[in-house]
Design a protein around this ligand. Structure first.
Ligand SMILES: Nc1nc(=O)c2c([nH]1)NC[C@@H]1CN(c3ccc(C(=O)N[C@@H](CCC(=O)O)C(=O)O)cc3)C=[N+]21
Length: 283
């Protein structure tokens, strides 16, 4: 089984974006700016923030981290959020999600300026995704899955794809992206009658169910390409994916690792979409 390195894809995208940022600097232009908003201390949020900050520093764009306590009052949160949303110097906003219930994620999704919505949580961005409008932003992780497959030279057109998980941030948008790439898509969720069979039917299998190492050889077809989107922490606090990579070794043709797989590409897609937001604004 081949290991598809996300790091390599990420480095490739990063080098391109770094060149762009450098030419802006040379031209004495304003630099793109990202604001990351985090509420509380969830380990997967911290992991994404750490990865994103590292990526932005590598590329040389401006970033600012805003942190709220888990129990921040709603009005306080939105007062600051509105300021960031209206701040002319901010090109992109990433709110680490999900945010606590009392903060009303619907309000957030409906308030964020779609031009700054580089992780595609607004109905405007999601609507563009629905119609296949390539001018909108896609959620970075979902976009990263497509990017990693293309870079690895995996053909998507006409392929049978099974996605395990239907989250708003990965499964659902990813299904639409695959349809736009001319794949035939099955989306599994907790009510799917036979997930193993759906997995066995797939030429490309995406694990995004959020259960550590759930996906083993019983779900995987001979010669399938497996993409592991999972971000979990095992009993020792170590980062691990949704795929039991040792178990599928003899069956799958290829798999992405965790860490160093989709996660690494996700932060690159975030940077890529930040630069697109910046360019649209400066144009
Ligand atoms: N609005 C929103 N969108 C998300 O996409 C989102 C989110 N909120 N909340 C948190 C989860 C988690 N997540 C990660 C993405 C990349 C890494 C990542 O870069 N991982 C590196 C390792 C980073 C490290 O050094 O810890 C890797 O896999 O190689 C981690 C976690 C995105 N999520």
């Amino acid at each position: 089984m081949k290991i598809i390195s996300g790091k390599e894809v990420a480095e490739h995208i990063t080098a391109e974006l770094k060149n762009k940022a450098e030419s802006l600097k040379k031209g004495n232009r304003r630099l793109p700016k990202l604001v990351i908003i985090r509420v509380g201390e969830k380990p997967d949020d911290l992991s994404y923030q750490k990865g994103a900050v590292k990526r932005m520093d590598m590329i040389g764009v401006i970033h600012e981290e805003v942190h709220f306590e888990e129990n921040v009052p709603k009005e306080e949160f939105y007062k600051e959020f509105d300021e960031i949303n209206n701040d002319e110097s901010v090109d992109g906003i990433l709110v680490l999600r999900p945010i606590p219930k009392h903060l009303d994620e619907d309000r957030l999704m409906n308030t964020i300026n779609p031009k700054k919505d580089i992780d595609a949580i607004s109905p405007v961005s999601l609507g563009k995704l629905m119609t296949g409008d390539k001018n909108g932003f896609a959620p970075c992780t979902a976009a990263g899955v497509i990017e990693i497959l293309k870079y690895a030279g995996v053909k998507i057109r006409g392929k049978k794809v099974t996605i395990i998980g239907r989250s708003n941030v990965v499964g659902r948008p990813l299904a639409l992206l695959f349809v736009s790439e001319d794949a035939t898509v099955t989306v599994c969720h907790s009510f799917t009658a036979d997930v193993k069979q759906a997995g066995k039917n797939a030429e490309i299998l995406v694990a995004s169910c959020g259960k550590a190492k759930l996906i083993n050889s019983e779900y995987v077809a001979e010669n399938a390409v497996v993409i592991d989107v999972g971000i979990n922490f095992d009993e020792n606090g170590k980062l691990c994916g949704d795929v039991d990579i040792n178990d599928i070794e003899a069956v799958a043709a290829a798999c992405t690792p965790v860490p160093g797989g989709v996660g690494a590409v996700t932060t690159s897609m975030l940077a890529k979409q930040l630069l697109l937001a910046y360019e649209a604004k400066e144009a």
